[in-house]
Design a protein around this ligand. Structure first.
Ligand code: SF4
Ligand code: SF4
Ligand code: SF4
Length: 306
C-alpha cells in the first residue's frame, strides 16, 4: 500500500477544461454547477470493525485523521477529568479515542457486562461516525447535503449544507457538530478521497495494533465473529459485538465495535432509536392540526359571514 500512496502523490493533476468564449461560455458557467453528474457505480459496502480490546489509547488514529483531513488542533487545554483531553467528537475532531478509567475510587455503581467481576482497568475505544445503514442524519437533512456514497458510507457535502443542524439533533450517537467557523456540519468522511484512490482510511492505516480494521462489511463481520469466539474461549465472557446487526429500533452500523462492558460505559446508547420510526404520528398530528386551522375560518364564514 505504501508504494500505491507514492504513486497517488506523484500522479498528474486533472487538466482544467479550456474556457470557451462568448455566450456559450457564460451559459456554461451559469448552468454548469446545476447539471447532474453521472452517479458513480455502486461498490461493495465497506466500513470499520473496531476491536476495543487491543486499543492502547495511543491516539495515532486521531492524529492521522487530523493530518490527512487538515483539521485544526482543538487547543491544549486539560479537561482535568481524564488523560483524554480531546473530550468528544467535534467539527474538527472526526476521531476521538475515549479513555474509560475504571478504578476502585471511580467504579460505576452497577456491575459490569454479563456479571464480570470489577477490576481496575482502562478501557480504550476509538469513536467515530457509525456510518449507519439507514442514517437519521441523512433522513433529517432538508438540502440533500448528506448522502450514502457508492461505498455505502454516510457523507456530508458541505457546499450544499445550509447549517440548519437538523442532522445534529437526529444522530443518536452525538457524532455531527456544526462548525462555528464555517457554519457547516462536519464529521468523518470515511476518507472518501482516499478510498477513491484505492487507499485505506488514514486512521485505520495509522493504528499500530489493528484495533481499527477497514474492509468490506461482510468480511469484517466474519472476522469479528472469529475474534469474539476466541475471546470467549479465553474466558472474556463479557465480550460482545455492538452494531454489527440490525435491532428492532435501528439498522446495522457500518462502523461497529467489539466491547467488553455495557455500551453506556463507552458513552454509546444501549438501544439506539431512529427518530423516523415515530415520525408518521407527528406527520398525522400536523396534518390534522392544519386541517382544523383551515376549517375554523371556513365554518366561521359560513355561519356568520353571510
Ligand atoms: S446542517 Fe447541513 S448537513 Fe446537517 S441537516 Fe442541515 S443542511 Fe443537512
Ligand atoms: S452515526 Fe450519526 S452522523 Fe453517523 S451516519 Fe449515523 S446518524 Fe449519521
Ligand atoms: S476514516 Fe478518515 S475521516 Fe474518518 S475518522 Fe478515519 S481518518 Fe478521519
Amino acid at each position: 500500500m505504501a508504494s500505491r500512496e507514492l504513486e497517488v502523490v506523484h500522479s498528474p493533476q486533472a487538466e482544467l477544461p479550456a474556457a470557451g468564449g462568448g455566450l456559450s461560455a457564460l451559459l456554461d458557467r451559469l448552468i454548469g454547477p446545476f447539471r447532474r453528474g453521472e452517479a458513480p457505480e455502486h461498490q461493495p459496502a465497506v466500513g470499520f470493525y473496531t476491536d476495543t480490546t487491543v486499543c492502547i489509547g495511543c491516539k495515532a488514529c486521531e492524529v492521522a485523521c487530523k493530518q490527512w483531513n487538515q483539521l485544526p488542533a482543538d487547543g491544549f487545554g486539560w479537561t482535568g477529568n481524564s488523560y483524554d483531553n480531546t473530550g468528544e467528537l467535534s467539527a474538527t475532531s472526526w476521531r476521538h479515542v475515549k479513555f474509560v478509567e475504571q478504578f476502585a475510587d471511580n467504579q460505576p455503581p452497577e456491575p459490569t457486562a454479563k456479571g464480570q467481576p470489577l477490576v481496575d482497568r482502562w478501557l480504550m475505544m476509538s469513536d467515530v461516525c457509525k456510518h449507519c445503514a439507514a442514517a437519521p442524519c441523512q433522513q433529517a437533512c432538508p438540502t440533500g447535503a448528506i448522502i450514502h456514497n457508492e461505498f455505502a458510507n454516510v457523507y456530508i457535502q458541505p457546499d450544499i449544507c445550509n447549517g440548519c443542524a437538523y442532522c445534529v439533533a437526529a444522530c443518536p450517537f452525538g457524532v455531527i457538530t456544526r462548525s462555528t467557523f464555517s457554519g457547516h456540519a462536519h464529521k468523518c468522511t470515511l476518507c472518501y478521497d482516499r478510498q477513491k484512490d484505492g487507499l485505506v482510511p488514514a486512521c485505520a492505516k495509522a493504528c499500530p495494533t489493528a484495533s481499527i480494521q477497514f474492509g468490506p462489511i461482510d468480511e469484517l463481520r466474519a472476522r469479528a465473529q472469529r475474534r469474539l469466539e476466541e475471546l470467549h474461549g479465553r474466558g472474556v465472557a463479557g465480550a460482545y459485538l455492538y452494531g454489527d446487526a440490525a435491532t428492532e429500533t435501528y439498522t446495522e452500523l457500518h462502523s461497529f465495535y467489539l466491547l467488553i462492558d455495557r455500551p453506556e460505559i463507552y458513552g454509546l446508547p444501549e438501544s439506539p432509536f431512529n427518530p423516523w420510526l415515530r415520525m408518521s404520528g407527528d406527520y398525522l398530528r400536523t396534518a390534522i392540526a392544519g386541517l382544523i386551522t383551515l376549517a375554523v375560518p371556513v365554518v366561521a364564514f359560513l355561519l356568520w359571514g353571510g
